[in-house]
Design a protein around this ligand. Structure first.
Ligand code: NAP
Length: 406
């Protein structure tokens, strides 16, 4: 490292990024090293090109997964979690989920330990990528999925256990319900706190990125006190904390004839099942989407598939003081070390990271480089097999092509 970097900090809840920020990275397992090598070259080249040496990322390797296990005998060393917390922004490749050994998933552990409460997934079409729909370019959304609550919070009792029996008896006898005795039980907590910090992040994102609509997606017609409450608390937050910018659909039509006025953001809501139709039938009416955990899991993948990008979808898990950007696919162990797979997911996650730093010029360059490379049909095997007349390239060559196209 020729030069020392500085840490990213927060002041007044806003991220403060020095010109040479230290950013920790986890290379990842399986194909992780291959895609990381390509990604870091692309990002460094884009930053250099955009800022001519004025800005530069000082990368710092931290360890998780197999590499950490081999080096330190631990899958997720405390030093790794502390480093992410301390540096506020980090990026990672995919990690093997250890079988046995008490850790459920390294990704889930990282989210919980760092309180990364929003899973953020932008979904945008790149021309030339094979898609199952006719006009994939009409979908351009950023999805904010709540990460810590809902049926995913891990409060479950297995059918036939003593604990399940106790819970069933308690509910049946105290609340006059009729849960079948041979049921498994899961609990779905959704809180004001969990909902409002997610919706706050989504609205702030819309304000910062010039997006004009934030849609709350829920199943509140059926689950009134969890999903319905998510909708109500979301609106409540918009009315109290963002009264100067947010308008609802009633105001939109009564006062503004259906046109969102300059400087305003429309906050509306859709029922989850209808939303799955909307993203197919009227995709261009949605921009930022905020939803509880389970709906968010489904909708993120459905939207990514619609733009043909499941294998290239970027993502980040973000909290109030730390953000972890990551490839959304797994470690694809059968391709490890072959310089073969598509680094697109990690590269696009790094684009999100550059945007998070406020380094938009560098982010735009990488995005354009990727667009041009795909338009030139110089693609890895996964895209080549679906594109007519494409040239197959290796992971590293795909990186080279993007750098050429920056
Ligand atoms: P996977 O690693 O995502 O691989 C499944 C298939 O997806 C691959 O065989 C390949 O399909 C395609 N694929 C994935 N990444 C690709 C890329 N960069 N370029 C081109 N094609 C790609 O899923 P998995 O086999 O179920 O999981 C393997 C391990 O990863 C498990 O230990 C799992 O727990 C872990 N995992 C980690 C994360 C994470 O860290 N975020 C996420 C999911 C899974 P084809 O063979 O058809 O080309």
């Amino acid at each position: 490292m020729s030069e020392q970097g500085k840490k990213i900090t927060f002041a007044g809840g806003r991220i403060q990024v020095p010109d040479h920020p230290i950013i920790p990275f986890i290379e990842g397992d399986g194909i992780g090293p291959d895609i990381w090598k390509a990604t870091v070259r692309v990002i460094d080249a884009a930053v250099e090109k955009a800022y001519q040496g004025r800005r530069r990322i000082v990368w710092k390797e931290i360890y998780a997964g197999e590499k950490a296990h081999a080096k330190f005998g631990e899958w997720l060393p405390k030093a790794t979690v502390d480093a992410i917390a301390e540096h506020a922004v980090a990026i990672k490749g995919p990690l093997t989920t250890p079988v046995g050994g008490g850790i459920r998933s390294l990704n889930v552990s990282l989210r919980q330990l760092l309180d990364l409460y929003a899973c953020v997934r932008p979904v945008r079409y790149i021309a030339g990528v094979p898609s199952p729909v006719r006009q994939p370019e009409k979908l351009n959304v950023v999805i904010f999925r709540e990460n810590t609550e809902d049926v995913y919070s891990g409060i479950e009792w297995e059918q036939g256990t003593e604990d399940a029996r106790k819970v069933i008896d308690f509910i049946n006898s105290n609340f006059n319900k009729r849960i079948r005795p041979d049921s498994g039980i899961g609990v779905k907590p959704i809180s004001i706190f969990g909902t409002q910090r997610l919706v706050r992040m989504a609205i702030r994102y819309a304000i910062d990125h010039g997006r004009k609509r934030v849609t709350l997606v829920h199943k509140g017609n059926i689950m009134k006190y969890t999903e319905g409450a998510f909708r109500d608390w979301g609106y409540q937050l918009a009315r109290t904390e963002f009264a100067d910018v947010c308008i609802d659909e009633k105001e939109l039509w009564e006062k503004h004839g259906g046109n969102i006025p300059e400087g305003k953001i429309l906050i509306n809501d859709r029922i989850a099942d209808a939303m799955f139709q909307q993203v197919l039938l009227r995709p261009d009416e949605y921009e930022v989407i905020a939803l509880p955990n389970l709906n968010g899991d489904y909708l993120s993948d459905a939207c990514a598939a619609q733009v043909g990008g499941l294998g290239m979808a970027p993502g980040a898990n973000i909290g109030d003081t730390a953000a972890l950007f990551e490839a959304t696919h797994g470690t694809a162990p059968k391709y490890a070390g072959q310089d073969k797979v598509n680094p697109g997911s990690l590269i696009l996650s790094a684009v999100m990271m550059l945007e998070h730093l406020g380094w938009q010029e560098a982010a735009d360059r990488v995005y354009r480089g990727l667009e041009r490379t795909i338009a030139q049909k110089r693609v890895t095997y996964d895209l080549e097999r679906q594109m007519e007349g494409a040239t197959i390239v290796k992971t590293s060559q795909f990186g080279d092509a993007i750098i050429e196209n920056l």
